[in-house]
Design a protein around this ligand. Structure first.
Ligand SMILES: [Zn+2]
Length: 473
């Protein structure tokens, strides 16, 4: 058997068919063998996994690079965030990312820049979704698909009452219908939804402010569970009517799980993603404005139902909704316990805590098996976004993107924990997490070893998405 560059041995290797004792060998960034140690070729370098798990690197399908545009121009912000946030990603065991493009101008004329910004600055391969919110965006569906962008996010009702300064337009049912209908003609096309009803939330915010409330629980009460349920119900009906494919991002409620299950059983192509924050936190936690995310944190029963949904296949995807904001910007200079209504929604550092939280709260707490976790955080994300089997699985021919996970290794999330732009806060700050990566390997290169970065940024690839996965070459 031909010599390999790298081998990982003495591992519990999670593959799509089975978890086996052995290892993986790679040459030129591609997996050439998976199996027992004696079946693997010799290699220039061998890493002993010490009996730990070897899994495909996580794929984060939900991040917002470019939010540091509040300090830089948007395009500079995108390049900036690719460097700082994917540096965090590799420390946390995430090896592919799908970022949401968001700008008022049409996207297609800027695609070359978007690709270059990632290629020059990212530590991992990347793909894109586009947020459709200005009228000209809706005419770009086919041209974006040509460029490898086949997923289109829409704010259905949400942001209807937002200040025009935010620069994001909401969409009504008519526009949603138009987008679903158009994307249903795109091979592999998916419409992604932020599912919250802002008409209701707008009224609730006014009531709670009038009562003088200024606490995290009030933020949750301002967008009650039915805000999400109402929109998911409408999304499912419109998806059925247009015979299209829809995907609910950051689903937070047990009601959402029930509605998705009901429509899925009827054969409607609606799927859902949830976040570590909704699987680990509840709205009574003392997080101050750091816990202000959108949709808001929920109660214990939603948390339980989301785990159940993940186990049972109603919820098939996990991501982070990582929003890189500087701390003073997030807090609007009011500190951790400042004005909850003025603070900026969004959680920081998600991509770096993604794997540790899922290991700590999921596998180590017995809420989910390692195999199902790998499906929802790697394999399914690769399939959904047209990257499989090049990404998301430890199989011959795939990219060598993999992580060794020590389920007993733990760390407290403090200022030293993160390697992103802003390590000083997240919704997990101060918590201890157990189940951490010891090695992150990207494209056959060991990029992080025991907490130390081994490579320079850049040299990664844009992944134009195909209708039915990226074929192994
Ligand atoms: Zn988001």
């Amino acid at each position: 058997m031909a010599h390999a560059d790298l081998r990982v041995v003495n591992a519990r290797v999670v593959t799509p068919g089975e978890t086996l004792i052995g290892g993986v060998a790679a040459r030129d960034g591609t997996i050439v063998a998976v199996g027992s140690e004696s079946s693997l070729p010799d290699a220039d370098r061998t890493i002993d996994a010490a009996g730990n798990y070897l899994i495909p690197g996580f794929i984060d399908p939900h991040v917002h690079w470019g939010l540091s545009r509040y300090e830089y121009e948007y395009h500079e912000g995108l390049a900036h965030d690719f460097e700082t946030e994917t540096r965090g990603a590799v420390h946390g065991g995430v090896t592919t990312v799908v970022n949401f493009l968001l700008q008022p101008d049409p996207y297609v004329p800027d695609m070359d820049y978007f690709v270059e910004a990632g290629e020059e600055n990212s530590y991992i391969d990347f793909a894109y979704h586009a947020i459709m919110h200005k009228e000209p965006h809706f005419d770009e569906v086919e041209a974006l698909a040509e460029k490898g962008v086949r997923s289109f996010k829409i704010f259905y009702n949400w942001y209807k009452h937002a200040s025009p300064e935010l620069g994001i337009e909401h969409s009504d049912s008519g526009r949603v219908y138009r987008l679903l209908d158009r994307v249903s003609d795109i091979d592999g096309g998916v419409v992604m939804f932020h599912a919250e009803n802002e008409d209701l939330a707008h009224e609730r915010r006014a009531e709670l402010k009038a009562e003088g409330r200024n606490d995290l629980q009030a933020w949750s009460e301002s967008a009650p569970n039915i805000c999400e349920a109402m929109q998911i119900e409408s999304i499912a009906k419109l998806t059925e009517y247009t015979d299209s494919t829809s995907y609910v991002v950051h689903m937070s409620t047990g009601e959402g799980v029930d509605i998705c299950r009901r429509y899925q059983e009827q054969g409607v192509d609606i799927s859902a993603e949830t976040l570590p924050a909704f699987l680990a936190h509840t709205n009574d936690k003392d997080l101050g404005v750091w816990g202000k995310i959108s949709p808001p944190l929920r109660g214990e029963s939603s948390k339980q139902k989301l785990w159940q949904g993940l186990r049972e296949g109603v919820v098939d995807y996990a991501g982070t909704d990582h929003c890189p904001h500087r701390k003073p910007f997030k807090e609007k200079d009011g500190g951790k316990y400042g004005d909850i209504w003025e603070a900026i929604p969004g959680d920081n550092n998600g991509i770096e805590y993604f794997l540790p939280v899922m290991m700590s709260e999921g596998v180590n707490e017995g809420r989910i098996s390692m195999e199902r976790l790998v499906e929802v955080c790697a394999e399914n994300n690769a399939k959904r976004w047209g990257l499989y089997p090049r990404k998301g699985a430890l199989v011959e021919g795939a990219d060598t993107d993999m992580v060794i996970v020590d389920l007993e290794k733990s760390a407290v999330v403090d200022d030293e924990f993160y390697h992103t732009m802003e390590p000083r806060y997240s919704t997990f700050h101060g918590e201890e997490l157990t189940g951490l990566p010891t090695h992150t390997i990207v494209g056959g290169e060991v990029v992080v070893e025991n907490g130390t970065l081994q490579v320079e940024k850049g040299g990664r690839e844009y992944l134009p998405r195909h209708a039915d996965g990226v074929a192994i070459e």
